[in-house]
Design a protein around this ligand. Structure first.
Ligand SMILES: Cc1cc2nc3c(=O)[nH]c(=O)nc-3n(C[C@H](O)[C@H](O)[C@H](O)COP(=O)(O)O)c2cc1C
Length: 213
């Protein structure tokens, strides 16, 4: 009897711990696919910014940002706003916030919680990273790259990340947000912090927020 009781307590404790570890997913409204600045104005405004207000992004802004970055723009084929080599779609977009880490599911246009806790400081080695309300992390999933040679996987995943990053830059320029892409990242440490599999590799990160000045 005592043994059954003890087991039940353990199961309940494990369930409670798991529930605590999962942050609520921020609801994403449908992305707004019209509006924004004309492309040539966004290009004229594109720049890196490294100083952020702590203010969180509005849900609509976060939704639009993720869709602009690598959302599905052709539902009939599932293809994305960013080109990807062989349409592997191997770059996953993670978002680190004060509440937790999330993975963007482009097909469902949803943020899937990964775990609770603030890992923003680990997404770069410059002090400003932890002040941005959202730190995007670009992660290549080598399992999706059809057994290509390592040099091909590294090259394509780096190039594909560049397209996503530029989409983010242009969206931020259009919306008056600050952003900077970061290569100065302790990648092995971040991969560990994000609890990635060995065949998932951090390529770059990119904090986003309202500019401080
Ligand atoms: C691949 C790549 C890595 C970068 N890494 C960093 C970085 O770790 N930290 C940083 O502050 N800026 C980083 N930058 C931003 C550049 O410093 C910035 O783009 C450059 O100074 C030109 O400024 P602009 O983006 O305003 O034109 C990186 C840019 C690229 C393309």
């Amino acid at each position: 009897m005592m043994r059954i009781f003890g087991t039940a307590i353990c199961v309940l404790w494990a369930a409670a711990t798991a529930a605590q570890e999962m942050p609520a997913a921020p609801a994403l409204p449908a992305p707004q696919k019209d509006g924004g600045k004309p492309l040539m104005q966004a290009l004229a405004l594109r720049r890196s910014g490294r100083s952020f207000k702590e203010k969180k992004l509005a849900p609509q802004t976060l939704s639009n940002l993720l869709w602009a970055a690598r959302g599905v723009n052709r539902p009939e084929s599932g293809k994305l706003t960013a080109p990807t080599a062989k349409n592997w779609q191997e770059i996953d977009l993670y978002a680190a916030t004060a509440e937790g880490l999330y993975r963007y599911d482009a097909k469902a246009h949803r943020l899937e919680p990964v775990f609770a806790g603030d890992i923003r400081a680990a997404t770069g080695q410059q002090p400003f990273v932890k002040t941005a309300p959202v730190c995007l992390v670009y992660v290549a999933d080598h399992a999706r790259m059809d057994g290509a040679p390592a040099s091909t996987r590294d090259f394509y995943s780096t190039v594909d990340t560049g397209f996503i990053s530029q989409n983010v830059y242009l969206f931020c320029a259009s919306e008056g947000l600050a952003t900077v892409v970061l290569g100065y990242v302790d990648k092995p440490a971040l991969e560990k912090t994000m609890r990635l599999r060995p065949d998932q590799k951090v390529i770059l990160s990119q904090p986003v927020g309202y500019p401080k000045d």
